[in-house]
Design a binder for this molecule. Sequence first.
Ligand code: COD
Ligand code: ATP
Length: 203
Amino acid sequence: MSLVIGLTGGIASGKSTVSNMLKEMNITVIDADVEARLAVQKGEPAYTKIINVFSHDILLPNEEIDRQKLGSIIFHDSEKRQQLNEIVHPEVRKRMKRKIEDANQNREEIVVLDIPLLFESKLTYMVDKTLLVYVDRSIQLQRLMERNNLSATEAEARVNSQMPLSEKVGLADAVINNNGSIQETKEQLHEVFNQWKINKKNR
Ligand SMILES: CC(C)(COP(=O)(O)OP(=O)(O)OC[C@H]1O[C@@H](n2cnc3c(N)ncnc32)[C@H](O)[C@@H]1O)[C@@H](O)C(=O)NCCC(=O)NCCS
Ligand SMILES: Nc1ncnc2c1ncn2[C@@H]1O[C@H](COP(=O)(O)OP(=O)(O)OP(=O)(O)O)[C@@H](O)[C@H]1O
């Protein structure tokens, strides 16, 4: 069986940055955001359910979901967010489980699940170890505003829709502090792997 590592953090905390480092080590990374995007494409069961709840107003002219519009609704309304989560999350779990099975069949030693809402959605049962990418809230907001070209209000709404990273620190098996440089983050990742005695060939 593959060792399953749950990589988590918050929005713009640096999960993709760390997951790219893992991919460079030839480790398979299953990204919940990617699976969530696939699960809501036109023709998928979640697509119809989303329209039933949010109406045709959230569609683009090409009939795909307007993610910006849906985001502007759910990041400001916890009830609507809950409704969307109830539609999308079971599909994401199914898709990730299938991919873990593939990794097992391919006899991969390690597989990483990149799940932003690992703790919020109580998905730790799916993984053997949890690795948190932490940043201070002020840096998180700054990087989010820059990356997504968001106002402070929009960035805060997104950050506030998740469990504070300071709380997640107490729940994770290991923490990488991503306040510093990318190189410092890489060094911490290798340190965690040493602690966990992960030293796969080619690494
Ligand atoms: C609201 C949507 C349409 C916005 O799409 P958009 O392309 O702008 O953002 P993207 O999907 O890349 O998500 C960016 C980040 O937002 C955060 N986020 C997304 N959904 C949620 C949510 N329901 N609650 C809290 N944070 C969330 C995560 O940190 C994620 O990494 C989209 O995020 C979505 O469908 N969310 C519901 C599914 C979900 O929970 N996905 C997160 C992982 S399963
Ligand atoms: N150590 C760092 N120093 C400077 N910038 C960084 C650092 N780590 C990440 N960034 C930048 O911060 C932004 C967020 O990082 P990243 O995309 O890795 O976060 P994420 O957790 O995957 O976000 P999301 O889940 O929202 O997609 C990106 O623009 C990235 O280039």
